[in-house]
Design a protein around this ligand. Structure first.
Ligand SMILES: Cc1cc2nc3c(=O)[nH]c(=O)nc-3n(C[C@H](O)[C@H](O)[C@H](O)COP(=O)(O)OP(=O)(O)OC[C@H]3O[C@@H](n4cnc5c(N)ncnc54)[C@H](O)[C@@H]3O)c2cc1C
Length: 637
């Protein structure tokens, strides 16, 4: 099986150009002979589907929502990065590249990250041409703001609804192709298996979520654009439907899973408020442009925020990181919030929160300016907490938010299984051990609009793809496997709800594979997950039947995959004895509690190969070679 990252030769700033020059093309008349399966219609999937259909391919697009427009991407609030340097504040492709590599704590593939920075400016042009209403300055030029881990303003935004507006742009392009007959849209269909024939991805098995019918779909290539897996933690900022099933089932068919333990805990979520909560709400990182983070200097201080004088407040990020202040990257901000709360300085009824305060910004700029920038976020906060953030500081706490890990892909975004491409949050590609804010939307759209249209053509033009139909035995075998799992789940008829198992798995993951990890904790977690999983397969009660709209059954199938993924995440975290980015191994920290990398031993991508149920997966290592940047200990002081 291929495990070659296919990084093109040449200097870093020429690699993509040289690669494109070498890629084989499919002629315009031949493109219509190819059927491409795109699973997922978030920003990565919608942009890919629209671009490929525009080129002339026949696209079949799948999503589990009732409309492609409801993909989780719609929730993205803060913005999208691009090295346009509109602010004339020193930005460049090179700087965006460096910030992203450093932000990821030097655990991403250099060549992919450079390409991301290189195409970033084109994304903005494309979206503006589609009519995406980015915020503008008084004179009409596009406005920018700053996100964490950088010293320039390069984040384009549409109030606090950037994802929604970008998705409307991509979805409109898709809808145009649906109308033209080049995209066939399959909403409310869940991919439950990948079909591999002679080592090449050639199709998928789906379940119609409305009537339960299992379907077989063949294609010349399969693109998985199925988003992230933060819901393994149960409580996360992701949409409730986000799950790992598509990539997990592909992993079980032979695709390598890379860096599964690299997860991002976002510093500014509304804190957990009770045992029965099922969802966490993000307060966008953009708020840290104007909001100041602080806790009282006195432990267990129960005075309301306004009664605590300034000299009795600890603006700990500004104190510890004078250069970046409140705009340190997410992993650093989250870890510091945990430290102050663990030490007893946390606020609110649980002591598991810190303040994000706009008092100074409102005094400086006026309420109206703040309302214009963040009005919908403030409104959302007030609706959920009953507190008015114009008057009292927000209370925030870190929460699972994004997964940097995902299926392993090479420079072409192709997995080790030929014909299986993975885009957006579902792949591991560009963010290393910590993603910088506003870089996920950039990556999803870079993959879909500007990378896959080239690299997919090369695969189709060079691979020998015999005609296959859904009558091939591999389709039957996969369909029977899916049916078997569904029947097994429904047959258990135990006593415990799917939700309660998920909640318990989430707690194990959060406690042992969350913001900090240790050898003993991870070993303990693996035992606990195995025991819980065994119990699940004996005692879960899945309501209803297969041949109907049955969300309990959907959730049970996804949870079965989360159990296995959770174990792999712990195994990966156990293997990586260094700390890097969001992966904080307690055994590996500096005297100032910062993440301490071990480049001599861990400068690699972990790519795990499935070996069978209950077998220990095999670890492959892709060495990370840095030619354009020097490895340094990250500092944001
Ligand atoms: C609250 C929040 C705010 C954010 N704000 C920002 C921001 O401001 N800037 C930024 O850069 N990033 C932000 N992010 C991250 C960013 O939104 C996501 O990383 C990005 O939108 C993921 O896009 P995607 O296309 O990869 O996947 P998604 O948008 O998650 O789409 C996944 C698609 O796959 C489909 N799918 C999944 N599994 C299956 C299956 N088995 N069968 C069929 N279909 C399937 C779904 O139906 C959906 O269409 C935010 C994230 C959150 C949680």
């Amino acid at each position: 099986m291929s495990f070659d990252a296919r990084v093109p030769p040449g200097p870093i700033d020429r690699k993509w150009t040289l690669c494109k020059n070498d890629l084989k093309l499919v002629s315009p008349t031949n493109k219509r002979k190819y059927d491409i399966i795109v699973v997922g219609t978030g920003l990565a999937g919608a942009s890919a589907a629209a671009s490929l259909a525009e080129l002339g391919y026949n696209v079949k697009a799948f999503c589990f929502q009732d409309s492609g427009r409801r993909a989780h991407s719609i929730a993205a609030q803060g913005g999208i990065n691009a090295a346009k340097n509109y602010q004339n504040d020193g930005d460049s492709v090179g700087r965006l590249f460096y910030d992203t590599i450093k932000g990821g704590d030097f655990r991403a593939r250099e060549s992919n990250v450079y390409r991301l920075a290189e195409v970033s400016a084109s994304i903005i042009d494309q979206c503006v041409a589609q009519g995406v209403p980015f915020a503008r300055e008084y004179g009409g030029t596009l406005a920018n703001r700053t996100f964490g881990g950088v010293l320039v303003s390069r984040t384009f935004y549409a109030r606090g609804q950037t994802g929604q507006q970008l998705l409307l742009g991509a979805y409109s392009s898709m809808a145009r192709q649906i109308k033209k007959g080049k995209i066939k849209m399959y909403p409310r269909q869940e991919m439950l298996d990948l079909v591999v024939i002679d080592g090449v991805a050639r199709g998928i098995i789906t379940r119609d979520l409305v009537n339960g019918e299992l379907q077989k779909h063949e294609g010349h290539a399969v693109l998985l654009c199925t988003g992230g897996y933060s819901n393994v933690f149960y409580l996360s900022t992701n949409a409730k439907g986000c799950n790992t099933t598509a990539i997990w089932r592909a992993y079980k068919r032979g695709a390598y899973f890379a860096n599964p333990c690299f997860t991002q805990i976002h510093p500014t979520s509304i804190p957990v408020h009770g045992d029965y909560q099922s969802k966490l709400t993000l307060m966008s990182e953009s708020l840290r442009n104007d909001g100041r983070v602080w806790v009282p200097k006195k432990k267990q201080d129960t005075r309301p925020a306004h009664a605590i004088p300034v000299e009795e407040r600890d603006y700990y990020l500004e104190r510890k990181y004078p250069t970046y202040g409140n705009m340190v990257p997410r992993d650093v901000a989250s870890r510091n919030a945990k430290i102050v709360c663990d030490e007893g300085y946390g606020v609110g009824p649980t002591g598991q929160a810190v303040y994000l305060d706009f008092e100074d910004a409102i005094k400086r700029d006026g309420k109206e300016v703040i309302r214009q920038k963040y009005g919908n976020l403030f409104h959302m906060y007030e609706k959920i907490t009953g507190e008015n953030p114009y008057r009292a500081p927000m209370k925030i706490f870190p929460a699972p938010h994004y997964t940097m890990g995902g299926l392993w892909v090479d420079y072409h975004l192709e997995s080790n299984l030929p014909g299986l491409f993975v885009l957006g949050e579902a792949n591991f590609s560009d963010h290393g051990a910590n993603r910088l804010g506003a870089s996920a939307l950039m990556q999803g759209l870079a993959d879909g609009y500007f990378v896959i249209p080239y690299t997919l053509g090369n695969h189709l033009a060079t691979a020998k793809l015999d005609k296959v139909t859904t009558h091939h035995p591999a389709f039957e075998e996969a369909l029977n496997a899916v049916r078997g799992t569904i029947d097994r789940l429904l047959r258990i008829n135990g006593t415990r709800s799917v939700e309660s198992y998920h909640r318990e798995l989430g707690r194990i993951m959060w406690n042992h594979c969350g913001m900090s990890r240790s050898e003993s904790g991870l070993k303990d977690a693996i035992e606990k997950i195995r025991a819980l999983r065994e119990d699940f397969w004996k005692n879960v009660k899945v309501l209803g039947s297969h041949a109907e709209f049955n969300q309990d059954l959907e959730r049970a199938g996804r949870l079965a995959d989360f159990f296995e993924l959770g174990e792999l995440m712990c195994r990966d975290a156990l293997d990586r004895k260094e700390s890097c980015g969001g992966h904080f191994r307690e055994e590996s920290q500096t005297e100032e509690n910062e993440a301490k990398r071990d480049d001599a031993n861990y400068c690699y991508v972990s790519a795990w190969e499935y070996q069978g149920d209950n077998q220990v997966p095999k670890l492959h290592k892709e060495a990370l070679n840095f030619e354009a940047v020097h490895l340094t200990q990250r500092s944001y002081k």
